[in-house]
Design a protein around this ligand. Structure first.
Ligand SMILES: [Zn+2]
Length: 51
């Protein structure tokens, strides 16, 4: 019983760690990407000037 719970704890910990890693990677990628402008529909920095 004790071995099983230890293995389960290790599995859960590894899953959580991996999930956090993937989440962090996704967030970094989203922040690095240039946002799509809602005004003109093109990709450029957020505070660009429009006409
Ligand atoms: Zn724009």
């Amino acid at each position: 019983m004790n071995v099983i719970s230890t293995l389960l704890a290790i599995c859960v910990g590894a899953a959580i760690g991996l999930g956090l890693l993937v989440l962090d990677d996704l967030r970094w990628e989203a922040r690095d990407r240039v946002p799509r402008c809602t005004t003109c529909g093109e990709q450029h920095p957020r505070h660009a000037t429009h006409r």
